[in-house]
Design a binder for this molecule. Structure first.
Ligand code: GLU
Length: 304
């Protein structure tokens, strides 16, 4: 419970392809964390990046979640429908002098130093007085005070944004809303208190907390799950050819997912029906079993 508010969690898949084992882990863990604390669990399709989307992937993801017996609260929300609200927040940041237009091209920035977060934006357009006339992005100002948080699974994590990412894009040059802005606004508007998601987003979190601070939003409790990796040590994703989660063999898959999440389900549960597996999992959920783990071997679990 975050500041006495009732728990509200969520699962927020991007419709870039069918659900694979890596995304199933995030779905199951976020669901169990919410339900074990009598919380709500919302489902949000993050469809703000059409070039990366696959037609029909949203329906496919929903059908898979349904086949697994997930029960989400309320209607499924679609991130693209919040565009006006996203633009309003971007505008507010600009009005307050916290964000600015930038027409630097990738080529202009090609020689700039990089960090693990990408090119560190040197602030070229921060203080210019003549506004760009052509297509431009909007960047949010950053500072070098450390932004730190205590992840429930990974421990303390901190970044100094001005040196590690520089001012980052919140409205893209191609007019799409940047993920960091959209996720922060939607989590706030949906009153999300707990975010359970893959560790690949751990290094995005300080940028999201920075936006929460600027917009005067509260910061949810974060848990970043170990990521499923294949035999080459790569994160399972569409890019690494992860198999879609099958809609038959639900019980068996769910059982192996609980094993992967280190919940040690009893062998007898394997032959039970799906509702009984869920009931056991909710009653026995202990996220502490995942503390400090950065990866889950998908091969050992038979998923890669
Ligand atoms: N839509 C993001 C993804 O599928 C997840 C965002 C989040 O959980 O914050 O990678």
């Amino acid at each position: 419970v975050n500041g006495g508010q009732p728990y509200i969690g969520r699962f927020a898949p991007s419709p870039s392809g069918p659900l694979h084992f890596g995304s199933l882990l995030a779905a199951v863990a976020s669901y169990l964390d919410a339900r074990s604390q009598a919380g709500k669990w919302l489902l949000r399709i993050e469809d703000i990046d059409p070039p990366r989307q696959q037609p029909g992937a949203d329906a496919d993801i929903l059908a898979t979640l349904d086949a697994y017996g997930f029960e989400w609260d309320g209607e499924v929300s679609y991130q693209r429908k919040q565009r006006a609200r996203h633009l309003q927040c971007i505008d507010e940041l600009q009005q307050r002098g916290l964000a600015y237009a930038c027409d630097c091209s990738r080529r202009d920035l090609g020689d700039e130093p990089r960090s693990s977060l990408g090119i560190i934006y040197p602030g070229t357009c921060r203080t210019r007085t003549n506004l760009p006339t052509g297509d431009s992005a909007i960047r949010v100002r950053t500072h070098d005070d450390e932004i730190a948080f205590n992840d429930q699974l990974q421990g303390r994590y901190a970044q100094k944004l001005e040196s590690e990412s520089g001012d980052f894009v919140i409205h893209r040059r191609d007019d799409l809303i940047a993920y960091h802005l959209a996720v922060v606004v939607d989590d706030f508007d949906q009153q999300i208190t707990h975010v359970v998601r893959g560790i690949d987003l751990l290094d995005s979190t300080p940028r999201q907390i920075h936006l929460q601070h600027l917009l005067d939003f509260s910061t949810p409790v974060y848990s970043h799950l170990p990521v499923a990796i294949n035999r080459d040590g790569q994160k399972l994703s569409k890019l690494t050819g992860a198999n879609p989660v099958r809609r038959d063999q639900v019980g068996e898959t769910l059982y192996r997912t609980l094993q992967a999440l280190r919940q040690e389900p009893p062998a007898a549960l394997q032959s039970e029906a799906t509702p009984a597996i869920w009931q056991w999992a909710i009653e026995h959920w202990h996220s502490a079993a995942l503390v400090g783990f950065e990866s889950i071997d998908a091969v050992a679990q038979g998923f890669a």
